[in-house]
Structure formats: structure tokens, C-alpha cells
Write a protein that binds this ligand. Structure first.
Ligand code: UT7
Length: 335
């Protein structure tokens, strides 16, 4: 039939941002009582990139987005929607509109989406719904975070884990749907395990009226609880998404997990029986970059020529909320 919108989802381009400064494990041992051996053996991290004083969430997200749009062979004016997954906006009212302006994506609506380290997967699935309904044809999904703004640099239990970054993908409508299955989950009863929370300070305006004028507090985490949560829930949610896709773990070409800890990556891969050469990891160079970690690792692997059109990628994000989710998709749109 003529003029029927294409409602299949494909992921056709990826991009990431280059950050200006790098902090190695040995540098951290000048800040807190730690060493390269502890960090590398417990987490797999060797160094992380940090946003410099001249960089912003907007500039990193825009750079990642620009590169993804270029790989997709599109112009910024072709983009109809931008979803920016972030927990560290430049502006609490949202940073996506600033990214839209910086890209010159003048036809795009833009909004932020917050789901911490699950943010990219949640945004990917959200964006896909606009394609499946025939509303939009080209959508930019960005995951970007500058957690270094909110890390307690005197807390060795958390400051060694995180880095800053930005990654992006372009979703495009096509005939055959390449988003094969997904599953999203939340459990707010475990919220206290991982927080970047607002601490209200009561301030009296007039006698009968008090308002809150507080600030956000640095990241706090119960590492062991989050670890246990991740190694049990992530394989489960991937299996559910695979079930929806009528696939099994044997069909996975690439396991692309949120880069939280190499031991979590290994445990999930073991549980699913995915061989290590199929597990994408850039933990050593980037650490945990929150919402950026999945699109950043995807972009590096695509640009290294490893991921080929038609490859099946099982991705899973997990973290604060608590939130977790998985999506199974085929890379590219070649038939
Ligand atoms: O993106 C959100 C998702 N976040 C995660 O997935 C994080 C999940 N959790 C983890 O990855 C791990 O729990 C950590 C890497 C955070 C910690 O590893 P762990 O093996 O669970 O260590 P632990 O917290 O049980 O601490 C073991 C010891 C403690 O000393 P004691 O009490 O046994 O004397 C810590 O004080 O290691 C000590 N420690 C450190 N030592 C040197 C904790 N941090 C450090 C450090 N350097 N940086």
C-alpha cells in the first residue's frame, strides 16, 4: 500500500565523544588509599576519562550525536527526536534541547530521560516506540554522563569506579523490525543501595511557610548489594528479552553489558554460556560511565570493524533506581 509508514526499527549509526583528560589507577592512589592492583583485580578498570573544565554534558552529548548522525549518512536536520539519557544534566530542566541546538537538529523535539546506568536501554526502547507507531523515521538516542561532578573523591569505595563519557546511536525506520525483544524493570524498594540524592535544607520564607533549599549529595553505594543484584537480575532479564525475540543465548553474536565491573560481565556471560570473545568490554580504559557505557562500547566495537551488519547484540543496562533492562537487536539494516 502507498504511503504506509515503515514501522520496523533499525540501529544504523553510532558515535562517541573524545574526552580531554585521563586518570589512571596510580593517579587515584594519590587521592585515596588504594592501588592499581586492588582496582584492576576487583573491577577490571585501569583508567578512566574525565570531562575537563571546558567540557559540558551538552558538548560531549552533541559530539557523540554528531558522529552517530554522520555514520548513519544523515544530516542533523533529518533527526525528528533526540532522547538524552543522563543523570548528570547541565541543567535540571533538561539538557537535550541544548544538544538539539548545538547539533542544528532544528526539526527535532528533544527531552532528557533519567534511569541512571539503565538509561541508554530505557531510551532505546522508548525511542523505538515512536518508530513502531509510525510517528518518526530518524531518532537520535544519546547516553551521556559526567559522574565525576558527583563522585566523593575522598571515598575509595566509589571514586575508583566511575568515569565520564558520551555515546549515541541513530534509530531509523525500516521494513523489517530489528529490535527483536526487550524487557525493562524497576525496583524502588532497593533505591537506597545506590544514590545521588537531594538533601533538603528547610528555609523559612515567612512565619508559616518553609521551603527546601538543599543540594544533591555525592554518590553513595552499597557495592556488595548492587553486585548481587546485577549478577542475578541481568542474566534473567536478558533471558526474558531473548524469549520475546524467540531466540536463545546461543544466537547472541555480542553481549554488550553496562560496563560496571569486569567480574559482573564475566559472571553474566558464564551464566548465559556466552564465550568471552563475544563479550564486549572497554572496562579497562573507561570504567563505569553510567548511561554512556553501552553506546560508547558499541561505537568502539563497531568502529574497530568487529560488529557486522546483521549481528545480533544482546544489551543490558542496570543500576540506580534500582533499574535494569535488556534489548536484543540486530546491527544495521542490510538485508
Ligand atoms: O553502575 C552501577 C552499578 N554498580 C555496580 O555494579 C557496582 C557493583 N559492585 C561492585 O562492583 C563491587 O562491589 C565493588 C567493586 C564496588 C567492590 O568490590 P568488593 O569485592 O565487593 O569489595 P568490598 O566492598 O567487599 O570491599 C572489600 C575490602 C574492604 O576492606 P575490608 O572491610 O575487607 O577491610 C574495603 O574497605 O576492600 C576495601 N576497599 C578498597 N581497598 C582498596 C574498598 N574499596 C577499595 C579501594 N582500594 N578502592
Amino acid at each position: 500500500m502507498l504511503n504506509q509508514p515503515k514501522t520496523g526499527v533499525s540501529v544504523v549509526g553510532s558515535g562517541s565523544a573524545r574526552l580531554s583528560s585521563r586518570l589512571a589507577n596510580d593517579d587515584l592512589s594519590r587521592l585515596v588509599e588504594t592501588d592499581d592492583e586492588w582496582i584492576a583485580s576487583r573491577t577490571g578498570i585501569r583508567s578512566r576519562n574525565l570531562a575537563g573544565a571546558e567540557e559540558s554534558l551538552r558538548s560531549l552529548a552533541a559530539e557523540a550525536g554528531r558522529n552517530a548522525i554522520a555514520m548513519a549518512g544523515l544530516a542533523p536536520t533529518d533527526i525528528q527526536l533526540i532522547i538524552l539519557a543522563t543523570s548528570t544534566p547541565d541543567d535540571l530542566f533538561g539538557t537535550a534541547s541544548q544538544v538539539q541546538a548545538e547539533l542544528g537538529a532544528v526539526h527535532a523535539a528533544a527531552f532528557d530521560l533519567t534511569a541512571a546506568c539503565s538509561g541508554f536501554v530505557f531510551a532505546l526502547v522508548t525511542a523505538s516506540q515512536f518508530i513502531r507507531t509510525g510517528t518518526y523515521q530518524n531518532i537520535l538516542v544519546i547516553g551521556a554522563d559526567i559522574l565525576s561532578r558527583w563522585v566523593d573523591w575522598s571515598d575509595r569505595r566509589t571514586c575508583v569506579l566511575f568515569g565520564d563519557g558520551a555515546g549515541a546511536v541513530v534509530l531509523q525506520s525500516c521494513d523489517r523490525d530489528r529490535l527483536l525483544g526487550f524487557e525493562l524493570c524497576s525496583d524502588g524498594s532497593m533505591n537506597s543501595c545506590l544514590n545521588l540524592s537531594y538533601a533538603p535544607e528547610p528555609q523559612s520564607l515567612i512565619d508559616e511557610v518553609t521551603v527546601q533549599q538543599g543540594t544533591f549529595q555525592p554518590i553513595t553505594m552499597n557495592g556488595r548489594e548492587v553486585y548481587k543484584f546485577a549478577v542475578s537480575r541481568v542474566p534473567e532479564v536478558i533471558e526474558k528479552a531473548l524469549f520475546r525475540a524467540s531466540l536463545t543465548a546461543e544466537n547472541i553474536d555480542w553481549l554488550l553489558l553496562h560496563q560496571a565491573n569486569q567480574r559482573i560481565l564475566d559472571a553474566v556471560a558464564n551464566r548465559l554460556k556466552v564465550p568471552s570473545e563475544r563479550v564486549i568490554s572497554n572496562m579497562a580504559q573507561h570504567g563505569n560511565t553510567s548511561a554512556a557505557s553501552i553506546p560508547l562500547a558499541l561505537d568502539e566495537t563497531v568502529r574497530a570493524g568487529k560488529i557486522q551488519p546483521g549481528d545480533i547484540i544482546a544489551t543490558s543496562g542496570f543500576g540506580a533506581g534500582l533499574t535494569w533492562g535488556a534489548a536484543i537487536f540486530e546491527w544495521g539494516n542490510a538485508d
